[in-house]
Design a protein around this ligand. Structure first.
Ligand code: AMP
Ligand code: GLY
Length: 440
């Protein structure tokens, strides 16, 4: 089939590669010249991914049969509604269905209204004064979130980023003054535990889960520093995580299923990849966020080991005919993102970056180009994450070693990597932390 893809990051390259492996003819739209996507596509267009007119004309000119959308911004702009109006089927949610991500208040209210497990205490505010008054009535720690999209960088947690009342009120003021996220503020109860990602393929009704993944949102080693889009992630050969039981995973999947059922009942059925971010607490999995797309970097972990043709899955999601027979190989994966130095605060972009792809392959890893661009025949870094390196092996230990070996094949004079991701030490810390929480 001729498949349109939108997005130029590592997540999108992983999807394009999975489509390419399944025999699709790819037509790619992206804002940056991602060399991995360009190499695998029949034609590509460099433009603003939210420019619905340009994207639709490109799709129509090329007679595409099906569309896959990577990032959230074009979903919020209504790209699926526009493509469907032009007769193109989409393996992604409409603007209304994407509210599960684009409005954190919509998500929490839906979960509350339908009595779905895993919700956290929350309150929505349209002005800073009411929000500040509200926090004075609480006797527990909170998390402050802009309601709308912020690229994963808008959340601040009490006890971590917000150390006292003044910090918290100042951040609430900042959100309103700078209109961050553009839709007010949501104050949530802080959940304590270990985070995990449960993603699923969804066709409006039917939920087919992917392997569990753990992302690392903090910019620096040891989980320090500001939140980022995600610095790296790992998945285990048994598709669980070392600190999550089969029962806990089942509960997370049943929450995703309940959200999909609720959306269908509300008249806006959800199609496409759905991303469930959970905090595993003493009382089981709690919902941190639900996204209307694959996670980035998590897509690179799971799509690297997807055995079922991705084109078939996308068609199933788009047409309500998804089947259960989706197979992921029983391999462990460790992904570490090479990012521009300063990423998370102020990226130093525009530096040349090179990847020796042969050496990466020899190391038992895959390189996914992300926010890089071509300038004067050279590959240069953008302000977001540059290249995802995914080590793949039978065990997590070996996958991590493969990833580290492959990272040596990436050269850039202003880059950063969280080398601690997927190491036995860090994973053991997670396991011990969860043990301590369960026994508290
Ligand atoms: P989000 O962009 O919503 O995924 O939030 C970014 C990060 O903030 C999450 O990965 C968590 O580490 C943290 N976070 C968000 N919401 C909560 C919450 N209610 N309780 C504890 N931590 C949270
Ligand atoms: N890895 C976090 C996200 O994609 O939202």
């Amino acid at each position: 089939m001729k498949v349109l893809t939108v997005g130029g990051g590592g997540r999108e390259l992983a999807a394009v590669d999975a489509l390419y492996r399944s025999g699709s003819e790819v037509y790619a739209v992206m804002k940056n010249a991602n060399p991995g996507i360009i190499r695998r596509s029949k034609a590509h267009l460099l433009c603003d991914e939210k420019d619905l007119e340009k994207v639709c004309s490109f799709a129509k000119e090329n007679g595409v049969d099906l569309a896959y959308i990577g990032p959230e911004a074009p979903l919020e702009a209504g790209i699926v509604d526009a493509l469907e109006a032009a007769g193109i089927r989409c393996a992604a949610p409409t603007k209304a269905a994407a509210r599960i991500e684009t409005s954190k208040t919509f998500m929490r209210e839906l979960v509350e209204k339908h009595h779905i497990k895993g919700n956290l205490g929350f309150a929505h505010f349209d002005n800073a004064e009411d929000a500040a008054r509200y926090i004075d009535t609480l006797d527990h720690e909170i998390v402050v979130k802009p309601v709308g999209l912020t690229g994963g960088k808008g959340v601040k947690v009490q006890g971590e980023h917000l150390l006292n009342r003044e910090d918290t009120v100042a951040y609430i003021d900042e959100i309103f003054e700078n209109n961050i996220g553009g839709a007010g503020v949501i104050i949530e109860e802080k959940a304590v535990g270990e985070e995990f990602t449960q993603m699923a393929f969804v066709d409006g009704k039917h939920v087919v889960p992917m392997p569990l993944v753990q992302d690392h949102k903090r910019a620096y080693e040891g989980d320090q520093g500001p939140n980022t889009g995600g610095m790296g992630s790992y998945s285990a050969a048994d598709h669980l995580l070392p600190f999550v039981t089969q029962e806990e995973r089942k509960e997370a999947i049943s929450i995703v299923q309940a959200i999909v059922d609720a959306m269908a009942a509300e008249g806006c059925p959800y199609r496409g990849a759905m991303y469930g971010q959970f905090m595993l607490t003493r009382d089981g999995p709690k919902i941190i966020e639900i996204n209307a797309r694959f996670g980035d970097p998590e897509a690179m972990n799971v799509l690297s080991i997807l055995e079922t043709p991705f084109e078939k899955i996308c068609l199933g999601m788009a047409t309500g005919t998804l089947t259960d027979d989706v197979v992921f190989s029983h391999k462990a994966t460790v992904c570490k993102y090479v990012v521009p130095r300063g990423y998370g605060v102020k990226s130093e972009s525009g530096h040349e970056i090179t990847v020796d792809e042969e050496a990466v392959k020899k190391a038992g890893a895959v390189a996914y180009y992300a926010n890089v661009d071509e300038k004067n025949g050279k590959l240069v870094t953008g302000t977001s994450r540059s290249v995802g390196i995914v080590g793949i092996a039978d065990s997590l230990e070996q996958a991590e070693r493969n990833c580290e070996k492959a990272l040596k094949a990436v050269k850039c004079d202003a880059m950063a990597v969280r080398h601690d991701i997927g190491t036995p030490e860090l994973i053991q810390r997670r396991v011990d932390h969860m043990k301590q929480i369960r026994s508290a």
